[in-house]
Design a protein around this ligand. Sequence first.
Ligand code: BGC
Length: 263
Amino acid sequence: MSEETVRSKPVLGIDIGGSGIKGAPVDLATGEFTTKRLRITTPQKSTPKNVAAVVAEIVEAFADVIGDGPLGVTIPAVVTHGKTRSAANIDKSWIDAEAEKIFEDRLDRDILLVNDADAAGIAEVHYGAAKGHPGLVLMATLGTGIGTAIVYRGVLIPNSELGHIEIDGQDAEKRAAASVKEREGLSYKEYIPRLQKYLERLEALLWPDLIVIGGGISKNSEKFIPKLKLNAEVVPAKLLNTAGIVGAAWLAADRQVHPDALR
Ligand code: BGC
């Protein structure tokens, strides 16, 4: 299928989070939603099967807009060859689940399943803070956990999982995620050194040209980004809470053109 044909129709993106599952059709020319997004609370027992049922509800709600087009879905886990491989902050039943297949069987349509931070990184590269960037972009989403995406000249290197590097003998996300700031009641003054240390380490490993900070906390970027001292330019994400949906939709369309993408 030609790239233009695929991208001329709205493509549905769905973002699976710990508290809500959100979906909207995306206009891939602009990276904007074509209608208001739908949010359904994540089931208490958030197994792949229960989540697939909610995803089906969202697909149903937008059936008229998306026709038989592809669907992109994000998940806060490592995804290789359609299988979810980890579950840092989600139900443990996702570990080694044939998630893409479970969704495809439930929905009877093509599904692209992707790590949530990878989707956000791709969205920022195509429509947001890293749009058209010619070099190495590192995105870090600071939320319940820390997600990362590495994109070089527009190409995603999936499942970087740099939220789990070890710092001072601890999983980095347990010290520097936005949820930790909240849980421990840290002021920005107390939190910034943790973030500085974390990003410094990432920088020493990867030497990105641009670091994009995402997650809810990026709304208050003026309170911490100017205080970070790094070699790379550091900028807040632009798409905020639409990034996962937009990136998933972009990648789903991309797989129509490049059938082996993220297989
Ligand atoms: C998970 C990642 C995910 C990130 C953000 C981490 O705990 O391991 O897969 O991208 O949280 O949700």
